[in-house]
Structure formats: structure tokens, C-alpha cells
Design a protein around this ligand. Structure first.
Ligand SMILES: [Zn+2]
Length: 346
């Protein structure tokens, strides 16, 4: 009896100390102390012992039961504590790890150029207006003195939509819409997208213009010249030369095209052997703005009296200015959303 008690104690204690999880400990408890456990069976065997031995052996069995229960309880706590510690360690947030990178966006080069252009005019007291991209024939052509059979319509390959509507071919209809609804004095710039059926390295079916106009009682060509010269020197260079050439637009009379000295070569070749500049084709000048005094016929369309008001209007291509500012030779780069291109700006 004594031997089997000793071996039960030693064997069970060793197994308790080497148990690694709650399931193993529970298994041990059942094997020793369960209904058919080894210690339980020994306790049941007490009744078969001689009466004078029972108290002593009973005492020993009870002590062993208390010992095993206590050791099992301790081991269980230890294993639970270890499991918890392990879980906590695995859930710990390592704040020294690099975080998710927050990609910082950039202003698209065209938006940046539009903002810059508008800012310069804002500084001269111009306000900003916008109009619909889908226009009617009247505002896009008719009221701008471009009647149905006018050859100038051929210059603007138009995208027609249903119901006689079209995608505006220039920002000029906003000039009409503004004058229809308001009275002079007016000093307005109109940035926006325009659409023409054209697609190559220097033309895009959708591109951007900034339109502007100034109308009051006594606006003269010298006002046009002063405003646009100031603008060009601001947007390119104070030193750049500016020249005005006579031109034709149906909605202005007289009309002018305004050039700036070539931003690449300034019109000079270092020697006779040097190739002509690719950007200005050797002329030394770059055409930037179309402008002129608003045609009296346009004023009549919007209900102004051409005897009492005068004004000038101008328009420019945003992509062209951006291409010259940043030496970009293909307009399509602006619309391909290639991050390698876009990341160079801003
Ligand atoms: Zn040049």
C-alpha cells in the first residue's frame, strides 16, 4: 500500500510539473482524482483494510489528495498566466514599425497653370465666371457673330450632341451669357474645358481655355494692350518681349494675335550653324493670345448699345502655356495620368 502511494505521488507530481496546457492538467486530474482515478480507487479500498490500519492509511490518502489538488491548482494558474502573457506579447503593437505611407497628392500642372493665370487677372480686378460645357448653337456661334454659313465654323471642328446642342468649342459663350444677364462695367475671366474634334501631339479633343473680357463706357485698345502685356510678363518673364499682330476673329474688330518672345531661344541663334529653334521654328516668337475689341454686332446680340459701351475680349489655350512654361512637347501627357509625369510638378 505504502509503495503504491509513493509511486502514485512521484509519478503524478512529475507529470503535473511537465504538463503544458489546461487540457493536459485536466486529464491528469481525472486519472488521479476522478471517479475512477487511481487515488479514488485506493480510498475505496480502505474498507478492505484491517480496522486498525484504516485511520493511518486514510490519513495518508487524504494528505496525498490535498497535495495533488493543490499542485494541480498551482500548475493550472501557472499555465493560464503563461498563456495570457504569451497572448499579450503577440498582440503588442510595435510603435517603432514604419506606418502606412500617406500618399500626398499634387496639383495637376494644368490646374496649377489655370490658377496662376486666374490669379494674375484677379490681381487686376477681374472676377471669375463659369458656364455650361454643353452649349446651344446660339451662344457658341450665332451670338458671337458666327452665322450658320460662316467659314469660321470650319475652323472649329465641333462635337454635336442631340437636340441641336454641342460641346462648346471655346469659352466665349460665357461672355455672351454674362452680358445677357448683367450690365457694364464688367471685368471677367472664364477658365474652362472646351472641345474640338482634333487629336495629335499638339491638339487634344478636350483642352482648356481662359477667356476674358472687359466692358465699360470707354474701353480702348490701349486698355487691351496694357492688361495683356502685364499678364504675359507676369506669367512668363518680365524681360520677355511682347508683340501685337493684326488678325481676324468674327466676334472682335479690330482683332489681334499676341506673341511673346520665344521662351526657349529668345529669337537668337548662337551661330549660323546652329539649328533653328524647334519651338518657335526660328521665328523667335510664340503666339499665345487671340484678342480684340468686342464687335458692335455682339453687343447688339446681348442688348447693349454699341454707341455707349466698348470693350475688349481675349482667349488663350492653357495647355499651350503649360507646355511652354514646362517645356513639354506632347499635349497628351497631360491626360494620360502617368504618375512619373505628374510627380514632376508641385
Ligand atoms: Zn525659339
Amino acid at each position: 500500500m505504502s509503495d503504491s502511494l509513493d509511486s502514485l505521488r512521484e509519478e503524478t507530481l512529475v507529470r503535473i510539473d511537465s504538463s503544458r496546457n489546461e487540457a493536459e492538467i485536466e486529464q491528469l486530474r481525472i486519472e488521479a482524482l476522478g471517479r475512477k482515478g487511481r487515488l479514488t480507487l485506493l480510498l475505496r479500498g480502505l474498507k478492505d483494510l484491517p480496522a486498525d490500519e484504516r485511520p493511518r492509511v486514510g490519513e495518508q490518502l487524504n494528505q496525498l489528495r490535498q497535495l495533488l489538488e493543490a499542485r494541480i491548482e498551482d500548475r493550472l494558474e501557472l499555465v493560464k498566466a503563461r498563456d495570457k502573457e504569451k497572448a499579450l506579447r503577440e498582440e503588442t503593437i510595435d510603435i517603432t514599425l514604419p506606418g502606412n505611407r500617406w500618399e500626398r497628392g499634387r496639383i495637376h500642372p494644368l490646374t496649377a497653370v489655370i490658377d496662376e493665370i486666374v490669379d494674375i487677372f484677379w490681381g487686376m480686378g477681374f472676377e471669375i465666371a463659369r458656364g455650361p460645357d454643353i452649349e446651344d448653337d446660339y451662344h457658341n456661334f450665332e451670338a458671337l457673330n458666327i452665322p450658320k454659313d460662316h467659314p469660321a465654323r470650319d475652323m472649329q471642328d465641333t462635337f454635336f450632341v442631340t437636340d441641336g446642342r454641342l460641346l462648346r468649342t471655346h469659352t466665349s459663350p460665357v461672355q455672351i451669357r454674362t452680358m445677357e444677364n448683367r450690365q457694364p462695367p464688367l471685368q471677367v475671366v472664364v477658365p474652362g474645358a472646351v472641345y474640338r474634334h482634333d487629336d495629335d501631339a499638339t491638339h487634344s479633343p478636350m483642352f482648356h481655355q481662359v477667356e476674358g473680357f472687359m466692358v465699360d463706357g470707354d474701353i480702348a485698345f490701349s486698355d487691351l494692350k496694357g492688361v495683356l502685356t502685364h499678364f504675359l510678363k507676369q506669367v512668363f518673364s518680365e524681360k520677355a518681349g511682347v508683340r501685337f499682330r493684326p488678325s481676324f476673329f468674327p466676334f472682335t474688330e479690330p482683332s489681334a494675335e499676341i506673341d511673346i518672345q520665344c521662351v526657349i531661344c529668345s529669337g537668337y541663334r548662337r551661330n549660323a550653324q546652329e539649328q533653328h529653334c524647334r519651338v518657335c521654328k526660328g521665328s523667335g516668337w510664340l503666339e499665345i493670345i487671340g484678342a480684340g475689341m468686342i464687335d458692335p454686332q455682339v453687343f447688339r446680340f446681348v442688348g447693349y448699345d454699341p454707341e455707349r459701351v466698348s470693350g475688349f475680349a481675349f482667349g488663350m489655350g492653357v495647355e499651350r502655356i503649360a507646355m511652354l512654361k514646362y517645356s513639354i512637347d506632347d499635349i497628351r501627357l497631360f491626360f494620360q495620368n502617368d504618375l512619373r509625369f505628374l510627380r514632376q510638378f508641385g
